[in-house]
Ligand binder design. Sequence first.
Ligand code: NAD
Ligand code: ARG
Length: 704
Amino acid sequence: MTDSIRFLMCAPDHYDVDYVINPWMEGNVHKSSRDRAVEQWEKLYHVLKENAVVDLVPPEKGWPDMVFTANAGLLLGNTFVLSRFYHKERQGEEPYFKAWFESKGFTVHELPKDLPFEGAGDALLDREGRWLWAGYGFRSELDSHPLLAKWLNIEVLSLRLVDERFYHLDTCFCPLTGGYLLYYPAAFDSYSNRLIEMRVAPEKRIAIEEADAANFACNAVNIDKIVVMNKVSEALKTRITQAGFQVIETPMSEFLKAGGACKCLTLRVTEPVQEDRSANVMVESRTIRMEGHLLDAGLISRALDLIIENGGSFQVLNFNLGEQRQSTSSADVKVSAPSHDVMEEIMGMLIDLGAVPPPQEICDAILEPVVQDGVGPDDFYVSTIYPTEVRVNGQWVKAQNQRMDGAVAITETADGPVAKCKLLRDLKVGEKVVVDVVGIRTIRKTESREQRNSQEFSFMSGSVSSERRVELVVEQVAWELRQIRDRGGKVVVTAGPVVIHTGGGEHLAHLIREGYVQALLGGNAIAVHDMEQSNMGTSLGVDMKRGIAVRGGHRHHLKIINAVRRYGSIAKAVEAGLVTNGVMYECVKHNIPFSLAGSIRDDGPLPDTQMDLVKAQEEYTELLRGADMVLMLSSMLHSIGVGNMTPAGVKMVCVDINPAVVTKLSDRGSIESIGVVTDVGLFLSLLVNQLDKLTSRHHVAQSV
Ligand SMILES: NC(=O)c1ccc[n+]([C@@H]2O[C@H](COP(=O)([O-])OP(=O)(O)OC[C@H]3O[C@@H](n4cnc5c(N)ncnc54)[C@H](O)[C@@H]3O)[C@@H](O)[C@H]2O)c1
Ligand SMILES: NC(=[NH2+])NCCC[C@H](N)C(=O)O
């Protein structure tokens, strides 16, 4: 027996599954056998007693989960951090554990109220005592980690749990003697997996499969070279044995029903203490302020969800609720993240929602010089579609050319600093670029409930409409098109060849003819098939009137490409009478600028297709400038390209038969974008019909 190793256990006198606080307990209330539980607990107790000293804390009636002493708290040396249970069902255990550790002379630390931390269930020491692995996500709060680091004077590595079946760190993670680690990678987010991989060498990592994880293989007690665990697969046993350990299996079925096994039933009281350790934690915290119709517009819940979903945690420091319907609310929120990188990611998203630092914490943006043309500094702030301001020399400066996925470049001029969103390739030595996420804010419109409801484009904002709503959307889009045309605004259409294949070409041509379209963006194919149809009546060889493939039709598109190439351009082909109707014909005839961006699959290409993609992107950007609305018609490739270039505030309508494409394109978090899942030919014919109705009504109204 190794005298220096001690464990604390609690006899299962009052153990039962009395309630449900984890997925394992569901359907198991009062389903565990008392006799079998006692037998299994005794067996574990004896195995441990053969290899270590086992202390017992008296069980208390009414606290059935007290058997799981791993959750009593966390200790190192003579310091004990008492657990603060997340669920009220277990909070009553706290005073008993506190009394026991105080009676044994430990210095007991208690966490602030409402800061949950569930002890050694969620915090596991490296077996050499080099650092502490601490879990968060379900039962313990990230903000408890800095306190653990301070009180236990140790480096804390935060790991985020993402699978609710593995709600405590010790259900999926088990450090073993000699730097080995038994763990179930899928229970952690990718950042945590990277952290694990950085600290534990590949040959020391024993990653297990789901079936073993579900048998609580990671919930093992390690005493030197012995690993005590519930029954697991032969394959896993072999791997653990090959790493030099002796596996002792002991059945745990009755405790699995409560979501626990061997390790949960024990708390190691003698942990390895390294003398030259020091407190260290990567957890970062910052405070943000949010103002506006936080509840009405759902902003605060979006912000808090976003923090959690991206691996952070929060504490609402204060919330001033606007009392009248029109008054705005404000909230200060402390955001914590397990590392600087995660913090930057979360702050970037919060800034997009309009979050700012509280006034006392506002500072200038951090700028770094461009040292090589076309390359930004590593940590550059990635621009978004939202109007952005950066603070330079104490002044907020609005960024020009707002677009997503750019860098914000600052140049000093005689009139002061100028900020511009620029693509990386356009950065020039001499400019400075905004890095990190301080001194940046986005200007979001504060919408009240009323404004939100009355905004023409808002009733299905950001949502994907179903077929029965198509007509409703069409009515709205038609109304908008009318308004924009009549006030001399700008509508840009992005279209793929499906427009032609589905018979929508004549309708798009009609829209162009009637002045509803001010620019057309697409690829080689829309123009090819449009002119094929004009010249030969087919689209990709299919007769558009009869809907059947024409003999030799598969060559038609090549023939039209060849013919247009002979004339040198689409405009010349129109002038020469080769193309006499259709989308491209109307563009040429009505001087509607178009840009055809090349792609790897293009046939020909047409003389107008821009095969230099940097130039094509520039043409697109130019044609999109000043747009009031972008109609995206069944081209994933070109629509996504356009979406990236378009700032918030431009109305976007995305029509595609594939809901996933529509969601991707319309889910920009701005109220002006809507998606329509439908056949594009049908959409265009309904739209033209509706516009005709509107126009005739207009004429009637005027003539009365
Ligand atoms: N011969 C050629 O040169 C040729 C032929 C085809 C494509 N291309 C080029 O390839 C690139 C990609 O082409 P793309 O934009 O067509 O492809 P894409 O895959 O990017 O987009 C096509 C979209 O149409 C949607 N769609 C399909 N049927 C629909 C319907 N009935 N109603 C509504 N939506 C429907 C799909 O869900 C998809 O999202 C373009 O640059 C294009 O010019 C060239
Ligand atoms: N360290 C552990 N994993 N303990 C298991 C605790 C089980 C208990 N029913 C709970 O949900 O809290």
